[in-house]
Write a protein that binds this ligand. Structure first.
Ligand SMILES: Cc1cc2nc3c(=O)[nH]c(=O)nc-3n(C[C@H](O)[C@H](O)[C@H](O)COP(=O)(O)OP(=O)(O)OC[C@H]3O[C@@H](n4cnc5c(N)ncnc54)[C@H](O)[C@@H]3O)c2cc1C
Length: 499
């Protein structure tokens, strides 16, 4: 370590994870730190998830699971009240009292909260934004030396990787050159491209998850009148949200918010694994966990409780259970069960659901189960001719279809994304990073220390956020990322104190 008075921390990535790390380091540190966030976007806090400007792109869960201070579950809720968003964005309110805020407002909240921690006011810590892309990092005798695309060289005692979600990529059989075709939109979150689709176009949306819901929200929100088809391999759709905390019904009443315990979120994550899941044994298999979950759902539904309650208990305890699974079991989960897990886990935003249901009832929208097998330029116009293999009534049928536009909402593939990131590639090539045993992301220990090629944990190189998917099973949502940040920052600070 450098021997300087202020330990220096470099955080690569300025999305939710990077911002949460910076805020938590400041709040928990007892000594001044120099923190630099390296992020090419002009606004910190946006990342891939919250950079959308479409007002119909909303957070997929209520305000209390979206906080950058997980020790204070109601921090974002209070910010929304203080900014008058309840008045300015009345559509955020759902019938059960929960508010599903615009993702762009969450980005604004993250940027403002970061700003309030940035200038040494809390405990002398400073946060600087280096608006650039990190390309390479080398270990030195005193820490890390990082270089950016813009030619800057930064030194640090600790390097934190918060590089987040991989870019959306077209699936096979689309070759790379289809990216440039005017009828193909590789990134279904690119609202500027979606806006240019003619209102009467016949559009195929590839993928059935929440990204597809966002694309539908944009298209239908701009008055799209042409036919829309959403196609995914199994034709599964995200489930609707389950019941939320009963207190949300009263949250806008004077004084209610002030009396709520801030620790509800962290308590939920710290809870011991529920007993019904322990039935799966000390070295559980995915099948045994699924059996235990099904049994529990059967039991509670007899008492009038919905499936989301036991499912959420599994989700919240997964980070503790996951390390007990063998590599084979983890791979089995990702290959066979993840798609089912995801439609129950990533539930649709009620406002978007209403829009989608209307289009479905009107016959404008259809959901198909199938795969693209062949792509050619349409001979009759600027669109594409697609050879589709469709699942129909237990069998498969080949169908040739012409679409004016194809919107890709698949390919959020963590492991493939790592290979595209120059910094992660450089660190892997030097042996500082390696894939986890499920080959879904980067290998880390329980404190999020990166494991090197020899399997040794590096206390001054940590990885947080979606890249730890294979190690923790489900570290994707803000609440879970925040939980891991709060849990691991004390260990980071202890290491920095020894510097
Ligand atoms: C479209 C979408 C919507 C979502 N909605 C929700 C939601 O409503 N609620 C929820 O809880 N979760 C949601 N999620 C999950 C989301 O993963 C987390 O909530 C969280 O935002 C992840 O933050 P992140 O900073 O790790 O990743 P990202 O948001 O992907 O940000 C990573 C950042 O790192 C930067 N970066 C990468 N490599 C480098 C480099 N080499 N140098 C410099 N910078 C680099 C990128 O520019 C990017 O800004 C959503 C995810 C997506 C993709």
């Amino acid at each position: 370590m450098n021997g300087a008075v202020r330990p220096r921390v470099l955080i690569v990535g300025g999305g939710y994870t990077g911002v949460c790390l910076a805020v938590q380091l400041v709040r928990q540190s007892t000594q001044p730190l120099d923190i630099t966030l390296i992020e090419p976007r002009a606004q910190l806090g946006q990342g891939m998830a919250y950079s959308t400007t479409d007002p119909d792109h909303r957070l997929n869960a209520p305000t209390y699971v979206h906080t950058v201070i997980p020790q204070d579950a109601w921090h974002f809720t209070r910010w929304c009240q203080a900014k008058g968003l309840n008045r300015h964005d009345p559509q955020a309110l759902h019938a059960d009292g929960a508010r599903y805020m615009r993702r762009s407002d969450f980005a604004r909240y993250l940027a403002e909260t970061l700003q309030s921690h940035a200038q040494g006011a809390v405990n002398g810590c400073r946060i600087t934004h280096c608006q650039d892309q990190a390309l390479d990092a080398q270990r030195t005798s005193s820490g890390w030396r990082l270089t950016t695309r813009g030619g800057q060289v930064l030194q640090a005692d600790m390097l934190l990787l918060a590089t987040g979600n991989p870019p959306l990529r077209l699936p096979a059989p689309f070759a790379v050159n289809w990216r440039d075709h005017p009828a193909v939109i590789e990134n279904g979150l690119d609202t500027q491209r979606l806006k240019r689709i003619p209102r009467d176009a016949r559009v195929l949306v590839l993928g059935g998850g929440l990204t597809a819901r966002d694309a539908l929200a944009t298209l239908l929100g701009q008055g799209h009148a042409g036919p829309l088809v959403v196609m995914s391999r199994r034709g599964l759709m995200p489930k609707p949200q389950g019941p939320v905390l009963p207190v949300l019904e009263k949250i806008d009443l004077p004084g209610v918010l002030d009396q709520l315990p801030g620790g509800v979120l962290m308590d939920r994550l710290a809870n011991p694994v529920p007993d019904f899941l322990k039935q799966a044994g000390p070295a559980p298999t995915v099948r045994a966990l699924l059996r235990a979950l099904r049994q529990r759902i059967g039991q509670v539904s007899a008492e009038g409780v919905g499936w989301t309650v036991p499912f959420d208990e599994l989700r919240d305890g997964l980070w503790q259970l996951w390390p007990q699974l063998s590599s084979v079991q983890k791979q089995r989960f990702f290959q066979r069960l993840r798609v089912w897990y995801d439609v129950h886990r990533f539930r649709s935003v009620p406002q978007t659901d209403t829009t989608v249901q209307k289009a479905l009832v009107a016959g404008q929208l259809q959901f198909w189960a199938g795969q693209v097998q062949a792509v050619t330029q349409s001979s009759s116009g600027p669109g594409l001719q697609l050879g589709l293999s469709l699942k129909l009534g237990g069998g498969r049928q080949f169908s040739a279809e012409v679409f004016d536009a194809v919107v890709n909402c698949t390919g959020l593939d963590t492991a493939a994304g790592l290979a595209e990131n120059p910094l992660l590639q450089a660190l892997s090539a030097q042996g500082h990073l390696r894939l986890d045993d499920a080959r879904m992301g980067l290998a880390v220990d329980t404190q999020c220390c990166a494991l090197n090629a020899a399997g040794l944990a590096q206390v001054d190189l940590r990885v947080l956020g979606p890249a730890t998917l294979g190690t923790f099973g489900d570290p994707i949502g803000a609440m879970f990322i925040g939980g891991h940040v709060v849990r691991t920052v004390p260990d980071m600070l202890q290491v920095l104190q020894g510097s």
